[in-house]
Design a protein around this ligand. Structure first.
Ligand code: ZN
Length: 106
């Protein structure tokens, strides 16, 4: 087992000594939730940064482009790697701003 994980488990066992099983579970769940929220924030920030880079490559502002992060974009100029759309000019997302593919695919 990874020594970092072992250290966390040892600390957890030490700090939850005397607690009931339910109390321990609640504590563990709280810690997991906090970490998932932290990770989600980090992923969101990375996504925003990638959108900024894509907007810059297109000469647009980052508020002008949107993506669902579900389609890989074939166009090498696209720094997000995902198809992106201009929801204002193209509300149905029919044309990726880089490769031209629609968001709706069969
Ligand atoms: Zn694309």
């Amino acid at each position: 087992m990874n020594r970092h994980i072992r250290a966390v488990i040892e600390k957890y066992n030490l700090e939850t000594k005397g607690m009931t099983r339910d109390e321990k579970m609640r504590l563990a769940m709280e810690a997991l939730r906090a970490n998932v929220a932290h990770l989600e924030c980090a992923i969101y920030a990375i996504g925003e940064r990638r959108l900024e880079l894509a907007a810059k490559a297109l000469g647009l502002s980052s508020g002008d482009i949107e993506t669902e992060w579900i389609h890989e974009c074939e166009d090498e100029r696209n720094p997000t790697g995902q198809c992106v759309y201009n929801g204002f000019d193209d509300p149905c997302w029919d044309e990726c701003l880089f490769c031209g593919e629609p968001n709706e695919r069969k």
